[in-house]
Design a protein around this ligand. Structure first.
Ligand code: NDP
Length: 444
């Protein structure tokens, strides 16, 4: 049995109850097959592949908190510190009822390669909790965040592990988490990113993942002789990534016509009104029915459906496994040119295979949404030097990083005989740097 297959079967045996983690490791290891085969003896000797699929540390903890009526609740908290070969652990915190160890491990594993691709010195980690911030008062969210940090603070630090936001963790939650960390430790340090601008946050961090997704999409299309301007774009999600992807797509001359949340979706043939979407989602924290009520050109539909809309470019920006094989078939039959993932692993494994087989230009989340973590690393640099850069300074750096990421993965795909397979290219480029650092640091 090849070394890759041995590790895959070991993973399946030990993690049978972790489907998302198995999906992510399979996707990465399958595309690294040629690299692993070429270095089999060396990697086996140091158990390099077993080590890279095994978290350095997994922290599971209880999060007790009290709601506004005085009722006590308990949630499950997680921090998976996956790989620190190239820098301190870095990766977001997700607060969503679906959070479990499988999801946090899949996200932490992907984060290793994503962070490597940015070219910045950051390792991979991820965390979160099965707490649902929806429908909670500010006071409840604050008490929850304080309880979560009362446990988490023991394991993080500006040079150790630097969490950020993710689904359900935005500026409000980061603020409460930071306040509690500072209160317990007495340290005013860059231990979290995505902070508010008045206390160490970076300009352009809020926009970074969505903007970065469009910078990379534009560069990828350009290198295939296609202009993004004038193209129809479908976007799923209506959160941080989706909103700023829609905003930048419009700035670059494309026309985004959809967005969605967990209850329904909008088709707006005139193009999404970003100011209205921000008002509904960022200010009122309301449902998309509110957008439709205020915009006569918009059609609201219950359930899922953005990928049934005819488009040139599809940008899934909501959550994992939202773009299924059925959606991929609809996209292809409607003539889609490119799919770039704003969310983490939004495309199922079979849907990815189908898109690649049908010559759709496809860039996975670990490259396409790396702008968020890259800008988080820029926030860490600003905190370390006690300086704040201008919006344009950060945005220009982000643009350069995304263009570089595309060319690195494109070059890696060409070098390893899989030209045009950007999924494999991203995995190979991200992996080689981490593998090299792990080899240099010995069996740790
Ligand atoms: P937000 O919480 O801001 O938004 C998530 C959006 O997706 C919301 O519109 C939400 O709807 C919808 N959504 C969430 N879960 C589901 C579900 N199970 N089914 C249908 N819709 C759902 O999160 P972000 O925009 O920050 O993150 C979106 C994705 O991008 C995630 O995969 C995240 O890991 C990834 N990502 C985020 C980065 C960032 O910087 N924020 C960086 C890199 C990746 P509703 O409001 O109804 O819950």
């Amino acid at each position: 049995m090849s070394y890759t297959d041995e590790v895959l079967s070991m993973l399946a045996e030990k993690n049978a109850d972790q489907p998302e983690f198995l999906q992510a490791t399979k996707e990465v290891l399958e595309s690294l097959r040629t690299v692993i085969d070429a270095n089999e003896a060396e990697y086996r000797k140091t158990a390099l592949i077993e080590r890279i699929v095994t978290p350095e540390r997994q922290i599971l903890f209880r999060v007790p908190w009290v709601d506004d009526k005085g009722v006590a609740h308990v949630n499950n908290g997680y921090r998976v510190q996956f790989n620190s070969a190239i820098g301190p652990y870095k990766g977001g915190l997700r607060f969503h009822p679906s959070v479990n160890l499988s999801i946090i491990k899949f996200l932490g594993f992907e984060q290793i390669f994503k962070n490597s691709l940015t070219g910045l010195p950051i390792g991979g980690g991820k965390g979160g909790c099965d707490f649902d911030p929806h429908g909670k008062s500010d006071a409840e969210v604050m008490r929850f965040c304080q309880s979560f940090m009362t446990e988490l603070y023991k394991y993080i630090g500006a040079d150790v592990d630097v969490p950020a936001g993710d689904i359900g963790v935005g500026g409000r939650e980061i603020g409460y988490l930071y306040g509690q960390y500072k209160r317990i430790t007495g340290l005013y340090e860059g231990v979290l990113t995505g902070k508010g601008l008045t206390y160490g946050g970076s300009l352009a961090r809020t926009q970074a993942t969505g903007y970065g997704l469009l910078y990379l999409t534009q560069e990828m299309l350009k290198s295939n002789g296609i202009d993004l301007a004038g193209k129809t774009v479908v976007v799923s999600g209506a959160g941080n990534v989706a909103i700023y992807a829609i905003e930048k797509a419009q700035q670059l001359g494309a026309k985004p016509v959809t967005c969605s949340d967990s209850t329904g979706w909008i088709y707006d043939p005139e193009g999404i009104d970003v100011a209205l979407l921000k008002e509904v989602k960022e200010v009122k924290r309301a449902r998309l029915t509110e957008y439709a009520a205020q915009r006569s050109s918009a059609q609201y539909h219950e359930g899922k459906g953005v990928f049934s809309v005819k488009c040139d470019v599809a940008l899934p920006c909501a959550t994992q496994n939202e773009l299924t094989l059925e959606d991929a078939k609809l996209l292809v039959s409607n003539g889609v040119t490119a799919v770039c993932e704003g969310a983490n692993m939004p495309t199922t494994y079979d849907a990815t295979e189908y898109l690649l087989a049908n010559k759709v230009l496809f860039v996975g989340g670990k490259a396409a949404n790396a702008g968020g973590v890259a800008t988080s690393a820029l926030e860490m640099s600003q905190n370390s030097e006690r300086l704040s850069w201008t919006f344009d300074e950060v945005d220009n750096k982000l643009h350069g990083i995304m263009v570089n990421i595309f060319h690195n993965l494109d070059d890696a795909a060409k070098e390893y005989g899989v030209a045009g397979n950007y999924v494999a290219g991203a995995n190979i480029a991200g992996f080689l740097k981490v593998a090299d650092a792990m080899k240099a640091q010995g069996l740790v």
